[in-house]
Write a protein that binds this ligand. Structure first.
Ligand code: SF4
Length: 503
């Protein structure tokens, strides 16, 4: 009989969210969606944080390298411990059917061991660090089962109050160690039970049968598991929760079009929201919802109006002096200005192409472009939030923009949410969900930069030293066309909404 494969931290984390995800990750990795530019970008940040963190431990010795098997890495870890190493990177331990490769295993003050995991997330209150605490708790559990006297479990996180001034990052200032020993000790029974539940799935040739639901949103196997997704899947109801989907399926209502007029929910499960019931009516009637207040809401967009959109990037390890980690740094805007809804829009844009902090030039140029407009239309709250943050940070011109948005800003997505629903929105009101339904002739297909995360990744690449001129030109063109399309899409959505009112 084949031995049961060892359960790793990646298996454990995946399995805790969905056992099918763990199984597919282990046995059918080829079904994963290919890594996006944004994911690769996040991985690079994680790698940079690992390298910085190791500088806090100059005495650290490495126990692992890609060519080593698990047994060899575990043997090397034991050898280093017997050799008196006080700090071991990638320490590999095997016990209880599990394998842990610990970021930093160091000798504690009491003679035992400290298990520390390095994370690229920021220091937060402990109740907001659940996923990270689960990670290190698994590692500490395996180390203890392997016979190590584990006296501490810690997380090494980015300190969001850190200000980088120049030169190399200070590993003692940029990173902060958080003791989560008490949380690990409290979770030991839960971890042991989860391991017992997950391990048998690793010895099974059968893909676990887990129904898709709202928890699938960010899963790497989304496309595979949803290959036969019904057109009117319940998860397309706005604001639907996983337990509501389960309750409806148990009652035999597998899709939106099957939902009756009167829906009873079991005790403890909330009734469907007004938005969900509205979406149900749209699907069943085949008629879109157009609220009576739409014309009045659109009349709030006074001419001349401008439609704006920002692109930004967040660096865990900042690239601009004085900017704290994970600050959203806006580097690009696009604006379409209209004097009359029926006349052609004028396009203006800004893209920061230097290596300096873009924010002052961003705000100044935007202020110049939109200051005379009577309505500033944005889609969702991002633009307003970022202008407010830049004003609080004292970025020149941001306070003027903040005041302008407070007096003349209008959120077009909110207007859509309140007044319009088509079955094709599939429960969402983001530009990319609404545009193909309201303006089918306009699409993001074929763009080299196709979403906000890709724009962030493109901007980071643009800032890399020594970038060949040809690639630089491609990136600039991709960024400009993407952001331009965002604001053109807003104008066309606005016009489509006007047509719905007969204007
Ligand atoms: S898509 Fe959903 S059901 Fe499929 S593996 Fe991912 S989380 Fe599990």
């Amino acid at each position: 009989m084949e031995p049961i494969p060892l359960l790793t931290k990646s298996d454990f984390v995946a399995g805790r969210s969905c056992v099918r995800r763990m199984w597919l990750g282990r046995f059918r990795p080829e079904l994963k969606t290919p890594l996006s530019a944004a994911t690769r970008d996040r991985m690079r940040t994680g790698q940079a944080v690992q390298e910085l963190a190791r500088r806090r431990y100059p005495e650290g010795r490495m126990a692992w390298e890609p060519a080593l098997s698990i047994d060899q890495a575990a043997a090397e870890t034991r050898r280093l411990m017997e050799d008196g190493a006080s700090c071991i990177f990638e320490a590999t331990v095997v016990a209880d059917g599990c394998m842990a490769r610990i970021d930093v295993l160091s000798r504690g003050e009491g003679g035992g061991w400290s298990v520390e995991e390095i994370k690229s997330s920021t220091v937060k209150p402990l109740d907001k660090l659940g996923k990270q605490i689960t990670d290190v708790s698994f590692q500490a559990h395996v180390a203890q089962k392997a016979g190590l006297n584990v006296e501490q479990a810690k997380l090494l996180l980015i300190d969001s109050s850190y200000r980088w001034h120049s030169g190399d990052y200070d590993p003692f200032g940029a990173l902060k160690s958080v003791d989560v020993t008490a949380e690990w000790l409290d979770s030991r029974d839960e971890i042991a039970q989860a391991i017992s539940h997950l391990r048998p799935h690793l010895s099974s040739a059968e893909e676990p049968q887990v129904e898709t639901n709202t928890h699938c949103k960010d899963c790497d196997f989304h496309a595979y598991c949803h290959r036969e997704q019904p057109e009117h899947d319940l998860v397309f109801l706005p604001r639907i929760k996983a337990n509501q989907v389960e309750a409806l399926r148990r009652q035999g209502y597998g899709t939106i079009d099957l939902l009756p007029h009167e829906i009873k929910m079991p005790k403890g499960v909330h009734r469907l929201s007004i938005e969900a019931l509205r979406a149900r009516n749209v699907v069943i009637s085949g008629q879109p919802f157009v609220g009576d207040g739409l014309a009045e809401a659109l009349a709030r967009i006074e001419m001349p109006a401008t439609f704006i959109d920002f692109e930004s990037c967040q660096d865990g390890l900042p690239r601009y002096t004085g900017v704290p980690p994970y600050t959203q740094v806006c580097f690009q805007w696009s604006a379409h200005l209209i004097e009359d809804p029926e006349r052609e829009a004028r396009h203006l844009e800004f893209l920061h192409r230097e290596l300096s902090d873009p924010r002052e030039e961003f705000c100044r140029s935007l202020w110049e472009a939109v200051r005379d407009c009577r309505t500033i239309v944005h889609y969702a709250s991002f633009e307003k939030t970022e202008v407010t943050k830049m004003a609080a940070d004292g970025v020149p011109y941001a306070d003027r923009l903040q005041q302008l948005l407070a007096e003349r800003g209008l959120d077009l997505e909110q207007l859509v949410k309140e007044h319009v629903y088509f079955a094709g929105f599939k429960g969402r009101t983001g530009i990319k969900s609404v545009l193909p339904v309201l303006v089918p002739g306009l699409s993001y297909e074929g763009l080299s930069v196709g979403d906000g995360q890709a724009a962030t990744a493109a901007f980071r690449e643009l800032q890399a030293p020594g970038l060949p001129e040809k690639r630089r030109a491609e990136l600039i063109e991709g960024l400009l066309r993407y952001c331009e399309l965002d604001t053109l899409a807003m104008v066309e959505i606005y016009r489509a909404l006007r047509r719905l009112t007969g204007s």
